[in-house]
Design a protein around this ligand. Structure first.
Ligand code: MG
Length: 398
């Protein structure tokens, strides 16, 4: 089998259903045997998605057209070594490599009639525990960023009633009106600390007992301010603080981990084994959160998970993309020995995002069934595809 065409499918859903900035970029790889695979670049949020499509085409044209799609590791290593820039890191190039590599795994699964986790040697696990992620963005079909402590109480109560026994919430991102807060990098004032505490008490009250909390800081805080938050929330049943400090500073993370009364999680903006190793070696992280669709793809995420396993560190795949990204994360998490919990993001509830694919991937009572259809088992909806812009490189044009 050989790769004959690599297509980029791109759709900008920004402004729909409460998604401020949301642009999905997919790679579809075609083969001479008629089997195709779909992969995703994890750049739906933030700024950067427009750059990833051209990168997929550049890498694809040079290193993937004509290759055997079963050779996922060989192709990946070639992209890493021969592109020159990938060895130096960067979100755009690794998102592009991830999109291509995950599409190749989809082809392998479809060709062999097996879900990806079985190709990686794992039995299908019992449904995975998952948490409701980013309650602060609003939980539901038309979310809006939360403001008052009462709103935090309301959303936590609803999510608990829906069966979740773990949630993630950012208590500092928005002000009391729900507008994006600024000036989060210095120390928090006593007034700000009171407000953070009120919001987190409201979340705990809404959840009641028997449920865990992850506090998200999105790297908005300095190390000193993150420590203030850790001290404020330590008695509220918080199991992790996520991205407490600069996302690529293992030094700041180590400093934080030495003094934080709450365990730490990070990794959604790190790439490859080389990116995670300093955190693991320093003992600066308690759970890693690689995103399969930006850290390098299935193969590299699997290697990162096993690297973490040697340091007795657990894994939660970061996932914030289309339903395909959810399917990819589930296959990865089902295949590793140190899985901790699955992230179900607020954006996974928004209709404009859900309706991209025919399959409806949602948990039941806080648990996620791992799909067992071949590959990632996802089918792009015909109407959704018709609204996407498409551009490709073909072997016949080379
Ligand atoms: Mg995060």
């Amino acid at each position: 089998m050989k790769v004959t065409e690599i297509e980029v499918l791109d759709t900008d859903l920004s402004g729909r259903d409460g998604m401020q900035s949301w642009r999905i970029v997919l790679a579809r790889v075609h083969t001479d045997e008629g089997i195709t695979g779909l992969g995703e670049a994890a750049m739906a949020y933030g700024t950067g998605a427009p750059a990833v499509g051209p990168m997929i085409l550049s890498l694809g044209e040079r290193f993937v057209l004509g290759a055997d799609p079963f050779h996922t590791d060989s192709i990946w290593e070639t992209m890493l070594r021969r592109s020159l820039w990938a060895e130096a890191g960067g979100s755009v190039i690794f998102a592009a490599m991830s999109a291509i590599e995950t599409a190749l795994w989809d082809i392998k699964g479809r060709a062999l009639g097996q879900p990806v986790h079985r190709l990686l040697g794992s039995a299908t696990p019992a449904p995975l525990r998952c948490y409701a992620s980013q309650l602060d963005l609003g939980w539901g079909e038309n979310g809006r960023s939360l403001g008052s402590a009462e709103q935090y109480l309301d959303v936590a109560t609803r999510v608990r009633a829906a069966g979740y026994d773990c949630v993630k919430v950012n208590p500092i991102k928005s002000d009391e009106e729900g507008k994006r807060a600024t000036g989060r990098h210095g120390l928090f004032t006593p007034k700000q600390r009171d407000f953070i505490r009120k919001r987190m008490e409201a979340v705990r009250e809404g959840l009641g007992s028997g449920a865990d909390i992850i506090v998200e800081l999105n790297s908005m805080t300095s190390t000193a301010a993150a420590l203030q938050v850790a001290e404020l929330v330590q008695d509220l049943g918080v199991i992790f603080i996520e991205e407490p400090t600069h996302p690529t500073s293992d030094h700041a993370h180590l400093k934080m981990s030495r003094r934080s009364p709450v365990p730490l999680a990070t990794g959604e903006r790190l790439y490859t084994r080389w990116g995670f190793l300093p955190y693991l070696e320093a003992g600066a992280v308690d759970m890693i959160q690689p995103d399969v669709c930006i850290t390098g793809g299935i193969g590299e995420a699997y290697r990162i998970a096993h690297l973490a396993h040697t340091f007795d560190v657990g894994v939660q795949a970061h996932v914030c993309g289309s339903p395909l990204a959810t399917a990819i994360a589930l296959q990865f998490e089902a295949s590793i020995p140190n899985f901790v919990i699955h992230e179900h993001h607020a954006m996974a509830l928004r209709p404009a995002n859900r309706e991209l694919f025919e399959e409806e991937l949602q948990p039941t009572a806080g648990k996620f069934e791992v799909p067992t259809k071949p590959g990632f088992g996802m089918t792009l909806r015909r109407e959704a595809e018709a609204a996407m812009s498409k551009v490709s490189v073909k072997l016949s044009d080379k």
